[in-house]
Design a protein around this ligand. Structure first.
Ligand code: GRF
Length: 200
């Protein structure tokens, strides 16, 4: 299985996925990093690991369809069959969604459907919830709305700051995402799971 990771920022999840691949805990190959931010640190992480990078600036294109068409060509060139969003700060458009139906997953730092969208950790912190967490889900056209694959709860502790909460959530992400991907990329599991979804 060849995956592409899409990221816009630091890329700590990218790193944990790449390490799981290196350690053979995730039997897949990262064929490509797709990045929409030329200044993102994730680009250095990929280069260090000699993973090919496609970086672009959305403002250089007249529409989402235009840059997703280019991304699609790159994905075909690298023979990518599964897309993993890891801090990609952009909604996926119909060009990619229709080419990779049920083959795009995302990780979100809350227990969806609570706190979708930007700054989920800040939203949870300010709402004063006692439990938040991490969700891995299939991607559809909405903002963090696709079918849920896995969730893990994280307690908000007395004395937590936004930062301490964030670092505990990220620790959970770094374990959960590679493990869920490994399960998902096993063909049997994916097919069974997708059948369940289509029966819903
Ligand atoms: C993660 O918290 C992820 O859940 C969210 O964006 C953040 C990306 O962090 N979608 P990083 O770039 O992987 O460090």
């Amino acid at each position: 299985r060849k995956i592409a990771v899409f990221a816009s920022g630091s890329g700590s999840n990218f790193e944990s996925i790449a390490e799981a691949v290196q350690g053979n805990k995730l039997q897949a190959e990262i064929g490509l990093l797709v990045c929409d931010n030329p200044k993102a640190y994730v680009i250095q992480r990929a280069k260090q690991k000699q993973i090919p990078v496609f970086v672009f600036s959305p403002k250089d294109y007249e529409s989402k369809e235009a840059f997703e068409t280019i991304i699609l060509r790159k994905l075909a060139e690298y023979r990518v069959d599964f897309i993993v969003l890891a801090g990609y700060m952009r909604l996926i458009g119909s060009t990619l969604l229709s080419a990779y139906t049920k083959r795009i997953v995302n990780i979100h730092p809350s227990l969806l459907p609570s706190f979708p969208g930007k700054d989920a950790i800040g939203q949870a912190f300010h709402a004063g919830v006692k439990v938040t967490g991490v969700t891995v889900h299939f991607v559809d056209a909405g903002m963090d709305t696709g079918p849920i694959i896995a969730q893990k709860a994280v307690d908000v502790l007395n004395g937590d700051t936004r930062e301490t909460l964030q670092s505990r959530i990220q620790e959970v992400e770094h374990l959960l995402y590679p493990a869920v991907l490994q399960e998902l990329l096993q063909k049997e599991f994916t097919e069974g799971f997708l059948e369940c979804l289509s029966e819903r």
